[in-house]
Ligand binder design. Structure first.
Ligand SMILES: *Cc1c(COP(=O)(O)O)cnc(C)c1O
Length: 494
């Protein structure tokens, strides 16, 4: 399978796409065609384990990777999840399910891909024949950074460096990153918000000068952000798995369509659902849930993407505090009928003018696939409270945003009787102060006190990785201006 750039100037193999991360023309790699999964194949996957299902899906795209090797890597990656099942489906109500993706080492859904990416990258380097050391650069709004650090720590021939916005992540997220162990890791705060962080990292990726300086130190850049197809591919698998679990549990007939609600930031998670649909999974509506930073809601409703003049809000769902959703470019490429020059033009307009628009036909086609909504801070708090008091199910703040928008969907589209799966992206213990506030109205100053109180209230098990955090040593304290980010990289490389 080959991969092409959304901006038209490159065609590479899967291994190359993963090793490179971003195309040289600034575009994102997408599969040349969507592989399909037949009904027979879907049926055969019913009795498989999660790792086996993931291997089936991954190998469709990464056909130059050895399938047995992929399976071994998936088994190893998903053995790191607590309680055996990496993606359990929990029934909340008739026709409403929660897909819990937070049982991995860092308690957020990023683990679903980042436990596997080191294998995909290491093997990709071997396939392509790359001899230099790899430096993974990550811009994070909190969860990617930790999951990438954990995934790549002590990986052979790879170094990893994470940039996070100085005060744009939760205390727990910051502590998770700054106490990271491993001999090949570095974590640096930059002054600014996540978009500043992401733009800085993207600039370094696109700078010939930076790349030459690194190459002189025998180092090549790669990305663990969701612009890398190696991040996206493992995410497609859990949509298949959730669907198969519904069939196995007798909740739907095979072939029946299911809707998904996804709490969205960079559009990576929900794009994976769209890819699953394009592969033939019976998916109905994709509900795109945003927080107060509702640039995607406006885009999906009106067809105009506009960051110009839009304030950036810091919310209690920080991993969704994003105005420039990078992965939307992949969907735009499909929406335009795979018109690379039009996609490039739109991205240029976004960079230069802070806006672009799509045609009426495109808007109509998009609305057939997607429903969009957003949740204010108050509504998210209320939704978390409601679901806990009605059903006894505690949710994190990102999932609260999703659930609230799913409720809006049920109200507005009450003719739609298809089953709904809401994607739960983080453990409530990862955002303990805000979750405790939502559940009880009480404020606590200390995250760990929040953890204790949530535990007393919900009896939900505290993930070991968060319980241990308090006793860990803070290793990383550096904070720099965005203009100094590259200097920090050079210092790290030595
Ligand atoms: C990253 C993240 C999101 C947003 O996912 P995207 O793929 O960026 O849309 C939502 N919730 C949590 C907890 C996350 O870590």
């Amino acid at each position: 399978m080959y991969f092409i750039s959304t901006r038209g100037r490159e065609r590479v193999t899967a291994a190359q796409a993963i090793v490179q991360g971003l195309s040289v023309d600034g575009g994102l790699f997408v599969p040349e065609t969507f592989p399909s999964v037949s009904k027979e194949e879907l049926e055969a996957m019913l009795t498989m384990s999660y790792a086996e299902r993931a291997t089936e899906v991954l190998h469709k795209y990464l056909d130059e990777y050895d399938k047995a090797g992929l399976l071994a890597a998936c088994e190893k990656a998903y053995a790191k999840f607590e309680d055996g099942d990496p993606a359990p489906l929990v029934k909340l109500d008739d026709g409403v399910y929660m897909l819990e993706l937070f049982h991995g080492p860092t308690c957020a859904f990023k683990d679903m891909a980042l436990t596997l990416l080191p294998y995909l990258l290491r093997t990709g380097c071997d396939i392509v024949g790359i001899k230099e050391q790899i430096l993974i650069l990550v811009a994070t709004s909190g969860d990617t950074g930790k999951a990438a650090l954990e995934g790549f720590k002590d990986a052979e021939g790879i170094k990893i460096m994470v940039f996070y916005p100085d005060d744009g992540v939760s205390k727990m997220q910051k502590l998770q990153m700054c106490t990271q162990e491993g001999s090949n890791v570095n974590v640096v705060a930059v002054k600014g918000n996540f978009d500043d962080c992401q733009t800085t990292v993207k600039k370094i990726f696109n700078s010939e000068e930076c790349k030459a300086k690194l190459l002189a130190k025998n180092t090549r850049l790669s990305s663990a952000n969701s612009i890398n197809f190696g991040r996206l591919a493992p995410q497609i698998a859990y949509y298949f798995s959730a669907y198969l679990d519904l069939v196995s549990a007798g909740q739907i007939e095979i072939g029946e369509e299911v809707n998904f609600t996804v709490p969205t930031g960079n559009f990576g998670n929900i794009l994976a659902a769209y890819y699953a649909k394009r592969m033939g999974l019976p998916v109905g509506k994709l509900v795109c849930a945003s927080n107060k930073n509702n640039v995607l809601t406006d885009f999906i409703r009106k067809g105009e993407y506009k960051t110009e003049g839009r304030p950036f809000y810091k919310t209690m769902s920080p991993s969704m505090d994003i105005l420039i959703s990078s992965n939307l470019e992949r969907f735009l490429f499909e929406l335009s009928g795979r018109d690379a020059s039009l996609t490039a033009e739109r991205m240029k307009s976004l960079t230069e003018k802070g806006t672009y628009s799509i045609s009426d036909e495109e808007l109509k086609a998009m609305k057939e696939q997607f429903f969009a909504g957003f949740s204010s801070e108050d509504d998210t708090v209320e939704c978390i409270y409601d679901i806990f008091s009605e059903i006894g199910y505690p949710m994190d703040t990102h999932t609260g945003v999703a659930m609230n928008v799913a409720r809006e969907y049920f109200e507005k589209e009450n003719e739609d009787k298809r089953n709904m799966v809401v994607v739960s992206t983080a453990s409530p213990y990862k955002f303990p102060q805000d979750v405790l506030y939502a559940l009880t109205g009480n404020d606590v100053k200390d995250s760990f006190k929040g953890v204790k109180r949530i535990n007393a209230l919900t009896a939900m098990k505290i993930p070991e990785s968060l319980a241990n955090l308090r006793d860990k040593t803070v290793r990383f304290k550096t904070s720099v201006a965005v203009s100094k980010a590259f200097d920090e990289i050079m210092k790290f490389i030595g």
